[in-house]
Write a protein that binds this ligand. Structure first.
Ligand code: NAI
Ligand code: MN
Ligand code: ZN
Length: 338
């Protein structure tokens, strides 16, 4: 079989690899579609501290089960599945309280273990989630990015009366936006970004108000209208944003951060305690595949609005380069495997 392998930073090959045999408790997935994410590009460029090389990248993928390992029911053969990349031990403290996404022995497919940019991938059977017939392939491949939004909103518990502010209209901001509007019916969702084309995508995904904050500080624009957001999601993840979010938040607001910057954020306790703000963080997803599959089955979200490009996996280098260089035109780029 062919796999997309990062041999070492900046060296990508489409290599021949032996067809994996599913171990006990595993299934083999014949991959049909996969999504490119920022973290794939980071592993490619050597910017992911967790990555070990060589590595088959890809943690957003969909296909069907074509082989099962010992202990897995053969009735699963042929099942259409999306694969949760989060593999956890099941017994450590975070696992015991329902947070397998921060398991002390966390393994993420496509990061710590070979992933889904491959014609076939062997994965734990319990990570392969059945996709109902009514959900299209192009939607099924988008389950994982929406589980990030499901995790964020699971932390913040949005209500219809929230005034929500999302920083960043990339894939993460847009999945969060669709969840806030489509699932939680939040009446007012504001999205800020530096790029007008991205803000147009946010409008298309249901934003009530979009703000380009490249020229003027966001705080000024919001203050002018007397708006104090009650729920803020930082899906842009610059270390300076937390400081600004604390300043412009309503008293009693919730803030969710999801960045991995190693640079310090300058925050003052008074700004947080004075308004009794709640600050959450969100990493990957904690058992959110069934949640998002249900959202899709009920038509509450529309992943198609995020997909801007499709490439055959043979052209993966072109696909990643376009994804990296052109944030104006690109949002989610898919790879097809046939
Ligand atoms: P992206 O780079 O496509 O989107 C980020 C957007 O934020 C861009 O459109 C950019 O113009 C905008 N932006 C940058 N600085 C801004 C500012 N000061 N104000 C407003 N907008 C600003 O990235 P993507 O894929 O949407 O991911 C966003 C972030 O989420 C990344 O930092 C990534 O590392 C993180 N992430 C975290 C995950 C988690 O589980 N915690 C999962 C996936 C991504
Ligand atoms: Mn991703
Ligand atoms: Zn664990």
């Amino acid at each position: 079989m062919k796999s997309v392998v990062i041999e070492q930073p900046n060296q990508l090959t489409v290599a021949d690899r032996p067809l994996p045999q599913p171990a006990a408790g595993e299934v083999r997935v014949k991959v049909k579609l996969a999504g490119i994410c920022g973290s794939d590009s980071h592993i490619y460029r050597g910017h992911n501290p967790f990555a070990k090389y060589p590595r088959v990248i890809g943690h957003e993928f969909y296909g069907h089960i074509d082989a099962v390992g010992e202990g897995v029911s053969p009735s699963r053969l042929g099942e259409r599945v999306s694969v949760d990349p989060v593999i956890s031990c099941g017994h450590c403290y975070p696992c015991s309280i329902g947070k397998p996404n921060v398991c002390t022995e966390l393994v993420v497919l496509g990061v710590h273990r070979d992933g889904g940019f491959s014609e076939y991938a062997a994965v734990p059977a319990r990570n392969a989630w059945k996709i109902p017939e009514t959900i299209a392939d192009e939607h099924a491949v988008m389950v994982e990015p929406f589980t990030i939004a499901a995790n964020v909103t699971g932390q913040a518990q949005p209500t219809e009366n929230d005034i929500a502010l999302i920083y960043g209209a990339g894939p993460m901001g847009l999945t969060t936006l669709q969840a806030l509007k489509g699932v939680y019916k939040v009446k007012q969702v504001i999205v800020a970004d530096r790029i007008d084309e991205r803000l147009a995508m946010a409008r298309n995904s249901g934003a009530d108000w979009v703000i380009n904050n490249s020229q003027r500080p966001l705080q000024e624009t919001l203050a002018e209208k007397g708006i104090k957001p009650t729920l803020i999601v930082d899906a842009a993840c610059h270390p300076s944003i937390l400081q600004e979010a604390i300043a412009l938040a309503s008293p009693a607001a919730r803030i969710v951060i999801m960045g991995f910057s190693s640079e310090p954020s300058q925050i003052i306790q008074q700004g947080i305690t004075g308004k009794e703000l709640s600050i959450f963080s969100s990493r990957l997803n904690a058992n959110k595949f069934p949640v998002v599959i249900d959202w899709l089955a009920r038509g509450l979200i529309d992943p198609g609005k995020l997909v801007t490009h499709k490439f055959d996996y043979q052209h993966v280098t072109d696909a990643i380069e376009l994804f990296e260089k052109d944030q104006r035109q690109c949002c989610k780029v898919l790879l097809t495997f046939n």
